[in-house]
Design a protein around this ligand. Structure first.
Ligand SMILES: Nc1ncnc2c1ncn2[C@@H]1O[C@H](COP(=O)(O)OP(=O)(O)OP(=O)(O)O)[C@@H](O)[C@H]1O
Ligand SMILES: [Mg+2]
Length: 291
């Protein structure tokens, strides 16, 4: 069998707590508590969990932006944080990222062609060849369902859905093998969400992409993902390998999350209390810092 495209092995991350009980205290908040997962080629893996559960922190580790305290990340068989490889993180490893906040992801003072052009310049450096940027920008815009005329527009002249398409074009410009989507459709309205997810599926089929889809929205996961991991307080608490079996999750937290979304008697407020109950005594305050 082929090796997985991306492997995360027992990754741990903690941050110094902002409010220390003692003066000069060094207490840390455990945010990732031994996360392991594997992503196969062409797969779409959903990572679902409540606000503050550590999803974006995991995303930053995968994007090469945050070295874990322990554990390892392998993309394409290469250790992302191996010795001497720090400069090799990101596009060089074949991973691109699309974030939730498309407005701050692109510089408002530059036109769309410049935003996508930045990625193409990174590709030029990566591959040591010159890219016909004007032609490539038009091709990429077409691939994400935007007219070529968008190239000369400024970000504020586009709708949220259009701007997120620009961010997707920018992410795929470097020919990645994995795209990490951190709440990438969460700020869009329901019909635009579906359109953008359809676009992502089409791109997956066309370019053989794999996705890690971080979200707190279970409905999007069921629509878009092949597999899902439930994340709670920095740990994977349940894995669903076939979305048809989603309703059979057993972990109490995943169960409550599911019931809340499917509307079977549990209110989202109960979820929050449940999560606190599930945390081992004295095991950090991931809860407390959740928004
Ligand atoms: N750089 C940092 N320094 C200190 N604490 C941090 C840092 N980054 C994240 N945290 C804390 O780690 C915890 C997890 O944050 P993270 O952003 O990963 O959550 P999340 O699951 O993505 O939440 P959301 O769904 O709201 O985006 C939070 O309590 C947050 O305050
Ligand atoms: Mg987040």
């Amino acid at each position: 069998m082929k090796d997985p495209l991306l492997v995360v092995s027992d990754v741990r991350v903690s941050f110094l707590k902002e409010h220390q009980k003692r003066l000069f205290g060094r207490e840390r908040q455990q945010v990732l508590r031994g996360v392991s997962l594997a992503l196969e080629e062409g797969e779409c893996l959903g990572v679902i969990g409540e606000s503050g559960s550590g999803k974006s922190t995991l995303g930053r580790v995968l994007a090469g932006l945050l070295p874990p305290e322990s554990g390892a990340v392998f993309i394409n068989g290469r250790n992302l944080y191996g010795r001497g490889k720090r400069d090799a993180a990101g596009p060089r490893h074949g991973l691109s990222v699309v974030f939730q906040d498309y407005t701050s992801s692109v510089n408002p003072r530059f036109r769309v062609e410049h935003a996508i052009g930045e990625s193409l310049r990174a590709l030029e450096r990566l591959e040591g060849r010159v890219v016909d940027k004007k032609r490539r920008v038009a091709e990429l815009l077409e691939q994400v369902g935007l007219p070529a005329s968008c190239a000369s527009r400024y970000p504020h002249e586009l709708s949220g859905g259009q701007l997120q398409r620009v961010c997707i074009a920018r992410a795929i410009a470097v020919n990645p093998r994995v795209v990490l989507l951190d709440e990438a459709v969460s700020s869009l309205d329901a019909s635009t969400q579906t359109q953008v997810m359809d676009l992502l599926m089409e791109l997956r089929a066309r370019r053989g992409l794999s996705y890690i889809f971080i979200t707190h929205d279970l409905t999007c996961v069921t629509y878009f993902c092949d597999r899902a991991l439930f994340f709670n307080a920095g740990r994977i608490v349940e894995q669903v390998d076939d979305m048809k079996n989603l309703s059979r999750v057993r972990d109490p937290y995943a169960r409550r999350l599911l019931d809340a979304v499917m509307g079977i008697g549990v209110q989202p407020g109960d979820l929050r209390r449940e999560r606190a109950d599930l945390l081992p005594a004295g095991d950090g305050d991931v809860m407390g810092a959740a928004s």
